[in-house]
Ligand binder design. Structure first.
Ligand code: SF4
Ligand code: SF4
Length: 177
């Protein structure tokens, strides 16, 4: 079926009304409140409790809270976490009280910010922070090592201090170099 093309009338053939109509739309939006965010210079302010990237934390005494139990590695759905415990003869931070990991890596390309690692951690050593936009120049840079995770995580006030007494005992017994 061929639909005959409708002929434009004189007003339509002038094109000027269509141009003016376009300008009217532009002007209407020109004076409206700007909603475009100048990303990445401007960023969303995320609410408290937002689940962003997971980082490791230290306690107020500067000790790594993680004790290499590997629960988070086990539970992580996309297998983004890889932990190397200190092993026999390793160098725990306070005698044999704490078993700080030799290496702790999170592949941020795999991480889905699910929060399971934070939920399962018995030491409150890993927290999902507010970073939601991670970028890098290479895939390798997206694998965050222990030092980077600790630097980004910062200090978490340890109110219970369950290892404090044992660490002090280890110090008193000369187990800490
Ligand atoms: S937030 Fe989820 S996906 Fe990311 S490291 Fe933790 S458990 Fe794995
Ligand atoms: S971050 Fe927590 S759950 Fe993961 S290995 Fe360390 S202590 Fe265990």
């Amino acid at each position: 079926m061929i639909i005959p093309r409708r002929k434009l009338n004189l007003w339509e053939r002038l094109y000027l009304p269509a141009v003016i109509g376009g300008f009217k739309v532009t002007l209407r939006h020109f004076f409206k409140k700007k909603v475009t965010m100048q990303y990445p210079e401007e960023r969303w302010v995320v609410p408290e409790g937002y689940r962003g990237a997971p980082y490791l934390v230290k306690n107020q005494e500067g000790r790594t809270k993680c004790v290499s139990c590997q629960l988070c590695e086990f539970v992580c759905p996309p297998k983004a976490i890889r932990i190397t415990p200190p092993g026999p003869g390793g160098a725990p931070e306070a005698g044999n009280v704490e078993k700080a990991p030799k290496q702790f890596e999170i592949n941020m390309l795999r991480c889905i910010f699910c929060g399971y690692c934070q939920e399962v951690c018995p030491e409150e050593a890993i927290f999902l922070m507010k970073d939601y936009s991670l970028t890098s120049a290479s895939r390798a840079e997206m694998i965050y090592d222990k030092e980077k995770l600790l630097a980004l995580g910062g200090v978490h006030q340890d109110k219970i201090g369950k290892w404090k007494k044992k660490a002090q005992e280890a110090c008193d017994q000369g187990m800490v170099p």
